[in-house]
Write a protein that binds this ligand. Sequence first.
Ligand SMILES: [Zn+2]
Length: 591
Amino acid sequence: MTAALSADPHSYANFSDVRVRHAELDLTVDFDQKRLQGFVELTLDGAAPELILDTRDLDLGKVYAIVDGDYRLTRATLAQRDPIFGQKLSIALPEGADRVRIHYATRPEASGLQWLSPELTADKRQPFLFSQSQAIHARSWVPIQDTPAVRFTYGARIRTPKGLLARMSAENDPLDAADGDYRFLMRQPIPSYLLAIAVGDIKFAPLGERSGIYAEPSVLDAAAYEFADTERMIEIAEKLYGPYRWGRYDLLVLPPSFPFGGMENPRLTFLTPTVIAGDRSLVSLIAHELAHSWSGNLVTNATWDHFWLNEGFTTYVENRIIEAAFDAERADMERELSETELVAGMPEIATSDQHLRLDLRGRDPDDGLTDIAYTKGMLLLRFLETRFGRERFDPVLRAWFDENAFGTVKTDDFLVFVEQKLLNAYPGIATHTEVLAFVDQPALPEHTPRTTAARFAAVDRARNGWLRGGDPAAIDSSQWTTQEWLRFIEGLPGDIAIEQLAVLDARFKFQSSGNSEIAFAWYAKAIDRNYRDAFPAIERFLTRVGRRKFVLPLFTDLFAKDAEFARRVYAKARPGYHPITRASVDAVVRP
Ligand SMILES: [Zn+2]
């Protein structure tokens, strides 16, 4: 028996009756016990006999309802635990209650928190804590209406051991001393999945007027160099889509176990260190997370079924920022790489999950986290852009952000908007059916605009010339960027001989590449061809990096090729992985 879910299929909250307007957190960070302990006070709009919240694996203490400033103990009931959705918490609300205070502690296994011992950090001196709340993990560290449909402001007082710095997805003062007592305020209303906290030995370096970077001391200089273009990207995005509405934009580089590339926590993007390539070639990730300041954070998918409204828009905006910050060739190359990856991965995605509009009822919303939402979503916007032209399309996209700012949207809202502002406004250019083909049909519609990056043709010629018996020394790669290298490696034939891989490795040192994307592409090839020479390097990579995008496919392929080796490496790597990454790899590397 599980409790009934609400208007959001991934939340129990009764937000149609009563809504959280503000959350005030008071938490102590206990690294020894791996717990956050304290309380949250929720300010409510609306009235109902009870307030229903989402929780997972929380230890509850006293719960108060507050009537006219008077704290009254009230009844709080936890329902049975659902493995995906957690535990529904029902709190009795006496007449006139406009706030509740919930005392609680998190558990060490909280799915939204990772507690790292010093060995798992870059500097190996202090422990580290960080959160990852998207999609439905905020409930494992704050009892809350854990649905993107509800926006609230928040404040927080966070106590940590002295010497460690706490940061949140809120106003952070770069001048804060690491005295172990921090206060935060988030004035703009956000959905729960953007609640974020990190605590560690973190230092700050400014990047511009309103942007800067936080990282462990040994990483700070390299990170500041890598992301020096941040301020310029903010200006570009503002020119395209209107003002940046969140005050500061800072970046926080996390330890290598961070499961994702980045997380768009407002005011403070969380980043994997694997994008620090030394040559600023992987900064499209910054463009992506920054783009979320419009798509996702400002205009938010109402439920996870409409995740493409967050990620497809963001992937589109990311590519526009890259084009303006660098040039169209680079934007084309990045887009074509994504399109190739989408098409290659399509057969592994269930047909019904190839739609932009998903039906994730009863399922973990992370199931929707595929290239469909990102790349197919981007391609729908590209379709509109190419048909209507930028002079018509760009103002419409900007209007989407302006008119829905600090609101939530569903796919139908998008369809109505496009119909009014484009299809009907400029008749005869595109049809509703053509748009719907992206939204409710599998695969890519025939009318999808596909990218052919001019510079990739030269890469293909160089690769093919060598494959026909040429000298690898004749491959002129002196001007190649990361994107061209990826094209080169990914285009190697499926039956390439191990000797040929060895020749390339000797010449280009792919095995020991410090560029995580290039190394990953090479390792995938090496595993596929059982090129054992590369396996020690693969083992080192997998035990150093916990980004799921890399480790999940590598372990999947390794397990198929050499299960024993995969098990041995995973046993070593697993303790350093994030719970999200572990859950994914556990399903693949079976005992
Ligand atoms: Zn994103």
